[in-house]
Design a protein around this ligand. Structure first.
Ligand SMILES: [Zn+2]
Length: 66
């Protein structure tokens, strides 16, 4: 656990702020959403959250686009 591969969550992707390819820290987060008035119906949707390590710009994108 102490060893860092440097590849696990580092993605080189275009950043809108930097307007170039920068290194991003990417993580997957489950966000609880309530889609209806029914409180019993909660769905946990995976979001792909990435943060630019250069400018710190945060960007989250929903993975399920059904
Ligand atoms: Zn950036």
């Amino acid at each position: 656990m102490a060893t860092t591969s440097g590849v696990s969550n580092g993605m080189r992707e275009p950043c809108e702020e930097c307007e170039t390819d920068t290194l991003h820290e990417v993580s997957i987060q489950l966000v609880t959403e309530s889609r209806s008035e029914d409180n019993a119906q909660y769905s946990r949707e995976p979001y792909r959250v990435r943060e630019c390590t250069r400018c710190g710009n945060l960007d989250s994108q929903r993975m399920n686009n059904a």
